[in-house]
Design a protein around this ligand. Structure first.
Ligand code: ATR
Length: 277
C-alpha cells in the first residue's frame, strides 16, 4: 500500500516533518510520500477543506492556524484530542476523518526515553510554564502518565485556570514571579511559551541565572535547540531536555496512527540536533 500523507498549515514551507516521516517510511519499509500543503488563511476555510478532500490523503498533520478550526469538519475526534480542544493528526479510515492530538503523548514519550526515572509509581511533580495548546496537551498526558502534582505558571492566570479546572489533581496556578522562587520544589519544569523562540533568542521567561539545580528543565522550543532558558538552567548544573525530541516522538505517534507501524527513533535525535544547530 502506498501511503499518501501530508501537512496542512501556514506558514510551513520550512517544516521538518517531511524529513521525519520520509525517514520513518525508510525504517519501517513502508511506501509513500509526505508532502507540505501550505494553505493561506486568507482563503475561506471551507475552500481549504474542499481542496484537502480532493487530495484523498490517508492521513495528515494539522498545524497553526488550523488545529482548532478543523474540528467541526471531522467525523470523529478521539477523546484525548477532544479534552485538549485541538487536533494535530487526522487519519482517513473508511472515508471518515478521525482527529487525534499527538503532542502531549509525544512529549511524554520523549521524556520517558531520556528520563525514565521520572515515571516511577509514586508519581513526580511538574511545573508547566505557559497555558496554550501545547501546555494543555502536556498537562493531560503527564496526568495520564501518573504525575501526582502538576502546577501551572502563566502570564494570564485565567488561561492556566481553564486548563486545571475539573481535573483530578489539585493544581496551583502561579505567577512567573512566584514560580521563579520555588523551582526546586518540582522534579521537572517545562517551558511551553513562545518566549525565546527564534528570532528572539536572548529572551527567557526567567532571567535570573541561579536556577535551582534540582529539577530537570525542559523546553519545547526547538529553534534554537538550546534556548536561553536551557542555557541558564545548564549554568546552574541542572539536567536539561531539548524540544526537538518532542517533535520526533509526536511524529512517531502520528505515523503509528496512520500506518499501524511504530518507527524506531534510533539516531534521529542526534541527527535532528545536528540539523538544527
Ligand atoms: P501553543 O499552542 O504552541 O502552546 P499558544 O496557544 O499561542 O501556543 O500559547 C502561547 C503561550 O505562550 C501562552 O501561555 C502565552 O501566554 P498567555 O496565556 O498569557 O497569552 C504564552 N506567551 C506568549 N508570549 C508571551 C510573553 N511575551 N510572555 C509570557 N508568556 C507569553
Amino acid at each position: 500500500m502506498l501511503f499518501r500523507l501530508g501537512l496542512i498549515g501556514y506558514p510551513i514551507a520550512h517544516s521538518l516533518s517531511p524529513w521525519i516521516h520520509e525517514r520513518f517510511m525508510e525504517t519501517t519499509g513502508m511506501d509513500g510520500s509526505y508532502r507540505i500543503y501550505e494553505m493561506n488563511p486568507e482563503r475561506s476555510f471551507d475552500t481549504i477543506m474542499e481542496q484537502l478532500q480532493s487530495l484523498e490523503l490517508h492521513g495528515f498533520n494539522v498545524t497553526v492556524p488550523y488545529k482548532e478550526k478543523i474540528i467541526p469538519y471531522l467525523d470523529e475526534v478521539d477523546a484525548g484530542a477532544a479534552k485538549i480542544g485541538a487536533v494535530n493528526t487526522v487519519v482517513n479510515k473508511n472515508n471518515k476523518w478521525i482527529g487525534y492530538n499527538t503532542d502531549g503523548i509525544g512529549y511524554v514519550r520523549a521524556l520517558q526515553s531520556k528520563f525514565p526515572a521520572l515515571f516511577h509509581e509514586a508519581g513526580c511533580s511538574a511545573l508547566i510554564l505557559g497555558a496554550g495548546g501545547a501546555a494543555r496537551g502536556i498537562f493531560t498526558a503527564l496526568e495520564e502518565a501518573g504525575f501526582k502534582r502538576i502546577d501551572l505558571a502563566n502570564r494570564t492566570k485565567e488561561h492556566a485556570m481553564a486548563i486545571c479546572q475539573h481535573r483530578e489533581h489539585d493544581s496551583q496556578v502561579l505567577s512567573f514571579a512566584t514560580a521563579e522562587n520555588c523551582l526546586g520544589d518540582y522534579d521537572i519544569v517545562i517551558q511551553t511559551t513562545s518566549v525565546g523562540m527564534k528570532p528572539n533568542v536572548n529572551r527567557s521567561i526567567f532571567t535570573k541565572a541561579d536556577f535551582s539545580p534540582i529539577p530537570i528543565y525542559s523546553d519545547i522550543i526547538y529553534q534554537p535547540i538550546k534556548t536561553k532558558f536551557l542555557q541558564l538552567a545548564e549554568q546552574s548544573g541542572a539536567q536539561v531536555h531539548y524540544g526537538h525530541t518532542m517533535l520526533l516522538y509526536q511524529a512517531q505517534y502520528a505515523f503509528e496512527i496512520w500506518t499501524g507501524h511504530k518507527p524506531d527513533i534510533g539516531q534521529m535525535v542526534e541527527e535532528l540536533e545536528q540539523m538544527l544547530k
